[in-house]
Design a protein around this ligand. Structure first.
Ligand code: NAP
Length: 267
């Protein structure tokens, strides 16, 4: 039986909770949501979720404790729940960027099984790319957490030392692709479309490109070759973007985000 307590029910915590219920992974009454401001959870309470502003009490019945507060809020939460965590019956799942499993255990005790998960905001529509890692949890518990996040998107299990890289590529990555779509729509306006049409066209074109790769399992360059005829307009546009640093800017941005993601907890 899954009893889940989500500590920090903001963007990610709430999206996870709603996704799990929508996909029938568990019932709303099996999930306890916490926040300091309880009135912000009145809508969720009305939908059947248990809500609490007392983290220590809220984890009492849980098999799975999800930590979803901001990195700078985590130390206080860990100090609060440490005396109440029961390692024999509970696992701890942290989605907090930049915090290692060892950081969490340092506060909760060495015998607690800790699994890190790095989802992105597409979790709200069941389309997250979630990376999962642990340095001490059993395969059974990692499988369990993988199944939980598979109900709200795709999951890749990685080594924990790649977690900050996963944060940059997948969690921050949502913003990078969104900005690329906005840029495309701005280009569309310059060449004659009204803003709302240009945005709709850019969004569907981006979705089509992603679905092409997902459904055909092909490589981006293979698909690009199909649209770049010799002396054609696509290769001209593409090369102009590259001369202006398109791929280079993307790669450099991802590398900088990864460096920043590593320092969020302790800086
Ligand atoms: N957003 C993303 O794209 C993304 C992706 C992957 C991972 N993450 C990670 O997920 C975590 C949450 O991000 P978010 O975007 O969901 O942030 P958020 O919307 O600010 O949510 C954090 C929540 O924690 C609650 N909170 C703060 N202190 C608390 C406490 N002591 N006890 C209980 N609840 C508390 C806050 O509500 P109150 O102020 O009412 O307490 C707030 O609702 C972060 O660590 C982030 O690094 C985020």
């Amino acid at each position: 039986m899954n009893k889940i307590t989500i500590i920090g029910s903001g963007n990610i915590g709430l999206s996870l909770a709603k996704g799990l219920v929508n996909k029938a992974y568990c019932k709303a009454e099996d999930i306890t949501l916490t926040r300091r401001s309880l009135k912000s959870l009145s809508e969720e309470a009305a939908k059947g979720f248990k809500v609490s502003d007392n983290n220590k009490v809220a984890i009492y019945d849980a098999n799975v404790i999800v930590l979803a507060v901001l990195p700078q809020q985590l130390k206080k939460v860990l100090d609060e729940i440490a005396p109440a965590v029961s390692p024999e019956k509970q696992i701890v799942v942290s989605v907090v960027s930049g915090v290692t499993c060892a950081d969490v255990r340092e506060k909760l005790g060495n015998n607690v099984q800790v699994i890190r998960a790095m989802p992105n905001t597409a979790i709200a529509i069941g389309q997250s790319m979630t990376c999962v890692a642990s340095d001490n949890a059993s395969d059974e518990q990692v499988d369990r957490v993988t199944r939980m996040f598979e109900t709200v998107g795709a999951v890749v299990t990685i080594n924990e030392d790649l977690m900050t890289s996963a944060t940059a590529l997948c969690a921050c990555g949502i913003a990078f692709f969104l900005r690329a779509i906005r840029a495309a729509s701005q280009g569309g306006v310059e060449i004659g479309f009204h803003a709302h049409d240009a945005l709709k066209m850019a969004v569907q074109t981006a979705k089509g490109a992603a679905d092409l790769l997902l459904q055909t399992q092909s490589h981006p360059e293979g698909e690009i070759d199909k649209v770049t005829s010799p002396k054609g307009c696509t290769i001209a546009g593409l090369n102009e973007m590259e001369h202006n640093g398109f791929s280079s800017a993307f790669i450099k941005g991802i590398k900088l985000s990864a460096r920043k993601a590593g320092g969020l907890y302790n800086d």
